[in-house]
Design a protein around this ligand. Structure first.
Ligand code: NAD
Length: 355
């Protein structure tokens, strides 16, 4: 039999030819107008993919979409996952190769106050997405899950086999979605579940970042405090750790989205459905992060007292070896790098994006 030869015009290098092939693959990013999703959009555009963002703009913004349109081919569709018609329309109009599913509500405290909102938005929204994918035969998904599905830790560092006993409705809603995915495998859906630990930082260039007001994320808030944008408040509960503040595993948003690209490559070449922790494997207490920010800025933060958040636990950090081994992914950015990127981001956007 004759061997098939891929004919590339001689003026194209092999890598340019590969990039051209990629531009024909469309990636759907739900929640792509939000913090982490917009960083993933940026990366996939830079890699030469065409991206479709689907977002209801409840917590997301149009501004990052406008900024990112300058990088590559990006379409934006405003719609709500809770509305089947909205999401089906996306698959009817775009041939999607893979879905990166970020769209969710993700505030632990809010979920304790309003669990119904979390189950409706995160669980029913995901169900509508999976059903639409089944209907339109889209066979790859990367799902943003969380270490909040583990709850109080039985051992550290936490690997993927650790029992999952969420202690808040947010974590429970994500666990329910995780549990739905294997039931869709029979219909040809391959998935990667990524359980993120604590996310920090912004794009190194500072062009996009986290615009939640006020941010719910510690490092973001500490940097805003150090820059004099708003007072810094300790919102953590007193817990059983050496300095009585919660210990978490911080991972930079650019490292995190690189893992999504690795997961996409894994699925693209036929990888089987799997789940991976995404963390650094090292725990920092709240006080340690605050002092890192203080050192970087050479200031002492004025700490305002605020009510402690509900639904928080004492200590968690990841065993990220599985992602390192199988996805060949390694975080590169240090805590200091993340602080630097936040400084750049808030310099240009002290009030975040415009609504
Ligand atoms: N930020 C973290 O520290 C963290 C940690 C672990 C996991 N995660 C997960 O990562 C994902 C992204 O988090 P983020 O910090 O970027 O949040 P974000 O709020 O900035 O982004 C989420 C986006 O989803 C959109 N969205 C929400 N519900 C929707 C719906 N029903 N239909 C359409 N769009 C909808 C919002 O408008 C927003 O733009 C979430 O799934 C979250 O659970 C985040």
């Amino acid at each position: 039999m004759k061997k098939k030869i891929l004919i590339t015009p001689h003026h194209l290098t092999e890598s340019k030819a590969k990039k051209l092939t990629r531009t024909h693959k469309k990636i759907l990013v739900t929640g792509g107008a939000g913090y982490i999703g917009s960083h993933a959009v940026k990366l996939f555009l830079e890699k030469g993919y065409e991206v479709v963002v689907f977002d209801n703009l409840f917590r997301g913004f149009k501004e990052p979409i406008q900024i990112l349109k300058k990088i590559g081919k990006l379409s934006f569709i405003q719609g709500d996952l809770r509305n089947k018609v909205d999401i089906e329309k996306v698959f009817r109009t775009h041939k999607i190769d893979c879905v990166l599913h970020f769209a969710a509500l993700c505030l632990v405290n809010e979920s304790m106050e309003n669990p119904g909102l979390y189950f409706e938005n995160n669980v029913c929204g995901s169900l509508n997405l999976f059903e639409a994918m089944k209907k339109f035969k889209v066979g790859k998904i990367i799902f943003s899950s969380t270490c909040a599905t583990y709850g109080e830790t039985k051992y550290l560092p936490v690997d993927e086999a650790h029992p999952q006993n969420p202690v808040n409705p947010y974590g429970e809603s994500k666990l329910l979605v995780e549990k739905m995915l294997p039931w869709y495998e029979t219909f040809g859906l391959r998935y990667v579940i990524l359980r993120y630990f604590n996310i920090c930082g912004a794009a190194t260039s500072g062009i996009i970042g986290d615009s939640k007001k006020p941010s719910q994320l510690l490092m973001q808030n500490a940097v805003r405090g150090a820059m004099g944008i708003e007072p810094f408040a300790f919102t953590c509960a007193k817990v059983k750790t050496p300095d009585e503040t919660p210990i978490r595993d911080y991972i930079d948003v650019e490292d995190l989205v690189e893992a999504h690209f690795a997961a996409y490559e894994f699925l693209r070449v036929g990888g089987k459905s799997d789940v991976f922790n995404l963390g650094n494997g090292k725990g920092y207490s709240v006080k340690e992060i605050v002092s890192e920010v203080e050192q970087n800025f050479g200031v002492k933060l004025k700490k305002v007292k605020a009510p402690a958040r509900k639904g928080e636990y004492a200590k968690i950090f990841a065993n990220p070896k599985k992602a390192q081994r199988i996805l060949k992914w390694r975080p590169r950015k240090s805590i200091a790098d993340s602080v630097e990127s936040l400084k750049k981001w808030y310099d240009g956007h002290p009030d975040g994006y415009e609504k």
